[in-house]
Design a protein around this ligand. Structure first.
Ligand SMILES: NC(=O)c1ccc[n+]([C@@H]2O[C@H](COP(=O)([O-])OP(=O)(O)OC[C@H]3O[C@@H](n4cnc5c(N)ncnc54)[C@H](OP(=O)(O)O)[C@@H]3O)[C@@H](O)[C@H]2O)c1
Length: 290
């Protein structure tokens, strides 16, 4: 793998982007971070970005400039962006025009779930990439364990683990740090061309299961609660989410409520060369240790 040319990473200042950027830089990749807020640059340089490209994913001129001389593109779209498929198409066209050596698309587990709008848009992005004649890799990560982080204080203070779906629905939750490490390997080591990788965690856990694990690690009772959708909608409005994003989240949660989200961790284990992180290990490392 030719590592002297920059790897353009979009969504670099986000939760996924920051961890992936740091992991790619640690493995020797020259990271060019695409940011829409120049004030994010200092932090990204501190965690390993060699170059900053300022722009907006909906502005093709800024994307074109950002791709000049890039060896690879790792496209991490903002979550549930209403133009996700169109943005991906523009980026893939620009990457082809500039003879980028490989385009890596950060997608989602089961983009075939067409009742969930952002899965449908990622499926369209995947389809466009596969037909683009570009050298590509597609990553399909499952739901992150890190969804516990924003509710952690509430879990501790109320003893309730509350998410807006059935407490028995199961998810192959995956550790974002494992995903960052796996993505860094994929970006910097040979042999991943033309691959589509399902990246799921090692346990299929319901809210009940997670509450049971938290009860053990905290040494006091934690109870799972299916958060009522009206409460979820109210909190999302207060948090400032756009109306379209709230509707997309509600459709996603309705799907989760009925089916959960299950995948297999064999591919992640193979890429990492070790066992993927289990939920209790994630809690100990990321929440209890701080
Ligand atoms: N969370 C999960 O469980 C999960 C599972 C599988 C896949 N994923 C996928 O992971 C991806 C990243 O999610 P995340 O939670 O890490 O995202 P995030 O933390 O919300 O970060 C979004 C990033 O996109 C940037 N951004 C937003 N609008 C932009 C624009 N118009 N132009 C340029 N940059 C823009 C943001 O920049 P600012 O810093 O300026 O806001 C930020 O860097 C999503 O595609 C999501 O579907 C997530």
């Amino acid at each position: 793998m030719e590592l002297t040319k920059p790897i353009l990473i979009t969504g670099a200042s986000g939760k996924t982007g920051q961890r992936v950027l740091a992991a790619v830089a640690k493995k020797g990749g020259v990271v060019r971070a695409f940011v829409r807020r120049p004030e994010a640059s200092d932090l990204l340089k501190q965690i390993g970005a060699a170059e900053i490209a300022v722009g907006d994913l909906t502005d093709s001129d800024s994307l074109r400039r950002a791709m000049v001389g890039a060896g690879q593109v790792l496209h991490i779209c903002p979550p549930m962006h209403p133009l996700e498929d169109a943005i991906a198409q523009t980026m893939i066209d620009l990457a082809r025009a500039q003879s980028v050596e490989r385009f890596v698309l950060y997608s989602v587990l089961h983009p075939i779930l067409t009742d969930v709008p952002h899965h449908r848009r990622k499926l369209e992005a995947e389809r466009y990439l596969v037909d683009s004649d570009l050298n590509y890799t597609i990553l399909q990560p499952s739901r992150y364990m890190q969804h516990l982080v924003p509710i952690w204080k509430t879990v501790q203070s109320t003893g309730e683990h509350s998410m807006p779906f059935d407490v028995t629905a199961c998810f192959s939750v995956v550790d974002l740090s494992d995903l960052a490490e796996a993505t860094a390997r994929i970006m910097t080591e040979p042999g991943h061309e033309g691959a589509t990788y399902q990246l799921a965690g090692p346990q299929a856990l319901s809210q009940n299961d997670m509450a049971g694990i938290l009860t053990e690690v905290l040494g006091r009772p934690v109870r799972a609660v299916a958060k009522p959708l009206d409460d979820f909608r109210r909190d999302a409005v207060v948090a400032g989410f756009a109306a379209e994003r709230i509707e997309t989240m509600l459709l996603m949660n309705a799907h989760y409520d009925a089916h959960g989200l299950i995948g297999n961790c064999n591919v992640l284990r193979w890429i990492l060369g070790r066992e993927p992180t289990r939920f209790a290990e994630f809690v100990a490392r990321e929440l209890l240790a701080k």
